[in-house]
Design a protein around this ligand. Structure first.
Ligand code: ADP
Ligand code: MN
Ligand code: MN
Ligand code: MN
Length: 358
């Protein structure tokens, strides 16, 4: 049932007497779902390190068994809360088991260690997050009840009520991310109607994971307000474009004059590690992405590595401008829309910088 959001404004305007609401956010046991819960603080913290470690019932989130159910959430990054405003905060957390080791779906821990070892390379990441809006019955938002909208063609970067479905959500999300302090850098309507994209980045090191996960939390939360559901399924409908999370990546050497040689060397190394990357590019070890990476609909086949300048049917694309400038970045088009950006960014560094896989 849709609640009256205008009524809520009265309560949001009430004085909090200096208290701060901190909403702790974490990745659940599926590796793609997000959870959150809120506590009151006496003052605004100046960094995540000042915040207390908290816990939750891991048996209700697929993260532990009932008889030993506590999982700890440790704050790693803070953002302004665009929903509660008034100095309240969103707190990205990593999940830890009672012995302080990372929980099953905590890929930040190992990402952080790899980022630390590669910090002299100054790695930057920019992710293009695609998503699909669904109604509460699981049907694409705005599509006719029976049958389909017209074929793909007019929807990408479109304007007009007959082709851009759900723009209010995209706009609300964009503003909310900017308010929160997320480096959101663009947005566009996608090839399939009711599918959208936004981009986050460039972010250096582990912050790409923190920022993308919080941007997804904000997206689900905005959709909740509008009574719509956001799906990150990489292939919501057979026969239509799927949803990815292209990862644009560069090191300092790639961004400097003549960096194109470093980019080509990285592509060469990536060509030899296709299986490892596919296994890390969706939460189900490649099973989810297999529905999307078919070689059709602007994707490369999941089994075959390929690369090319301005080639949108390749695993790795070198943007036209980068080829012209002889420096810049590469685009890995393989990660699925529900990928874990901590795993994607770690994989890129393992292959192109460390030459080392576990
Ligand atoms: P596309 O042409 O593939 O649709 P987009 O404009 O959607 O590209 O996204 C480009 C992404 O590349 C953005 O997320 C941006 O932050 C990122 N990006 C730009 N320059 C760099 C760079 N030097 N290193 C890493 N990422 C970058
Ligand atoms: Mn894009
Ligand atoms: Mn896109
Ligand atoms: Mn892209």
């Amino acid at each position: 049932m849709a609640l009256n959001q205008l009524l809520l404004k009265h309560y949001h305007d009430l004085d909090q007497h200096g208290k701060v609401l901190a909403t702790y956010i974490w990745i659940d046991g599926t590796g793609e779902g997000l959870r959150g819960k809120t506590k009151t603080l006496d003052k605004t913290p100046s960094s995540a390190a000042e915040l207390p470690v908290w816990n939750f019932d891991g048996s209700s989130t697929g993260q532990s068994s009932g008889h030993n159910s506590d999982i700890y959430v440790k704050p790693v990054a803070i953002y302004k809360d665009p929903f509660m405003k008034a100095g309240n905060i969103l707190v990205m957390c990593e999940t830890l088991k009672p012995d302080d080791s990372p929980a099953e779906t905590n890929h930040r821990d190992s990402c952080m260690k790899v980022m630390e070892r590669c910090k002299d390379e100054k790695p930057w990441f920019g992710i293009e997050q695609e998503y699909t809006l669904m109604n509460l019955e699981g049907h694409p938002f705005g599509w006719p009840k029976n049958g389909y909208p017209g074929p793909q063609g007019p929807y990408y970067c479109s304007v007009g009520a007959d082709r851009a479905y759900g723009r209010a959500i995209m706009e609300a999300h964009y503003k909310a991310c900017l308010y929160a302090g997320i480096k959101i850098c663009g947005t566009n309507a996608e090839v399939m109607p009711s599918q959208w994209e936004y981009q986050v980045g460039p972010c250096e090191g582990v912050s790409i994971g923190d920022e993308l996960w919080v941007s997804r939390y904000i997206l689900h939360r905005v959709c909740e307000d509008f009574g719509v559901v956001c799906s990150l399924d990489p292939k919501p409908l057979k026969g239509w474009n799927g949803a990815g999370a292209h990862c644009n990546y560069s090191t300092k050497a790639m961004r400097e004059d003549g960096g194109i040689d470093v980019i080509h060397a990285a592509v060469e190394k990536l060509s030899k590690k296709q299986d490892q990357h596919i296994a890390w590019y969706d939460p189900y070890g490649g099973k989810d992405n297999a529905r999307r990476l078919t070689g059709q609909h602007e994707t490369a086949d999941i089994k075959t590595f390929s690369s090319g300048v301005a080639h949108r049917g390749a695993s790795i694309r070198i943007p036209r401008q980068v080829d012209k400038d002889k420096k810049g970045y590469l685009e890995d088009r393989r990660p699925s829309s529900n990928c874990d950006p901590y795993q994607v960014s770690e994989a890129l560094l393992r292959t192109t910088v460390l030459d080392e896989w576990p």
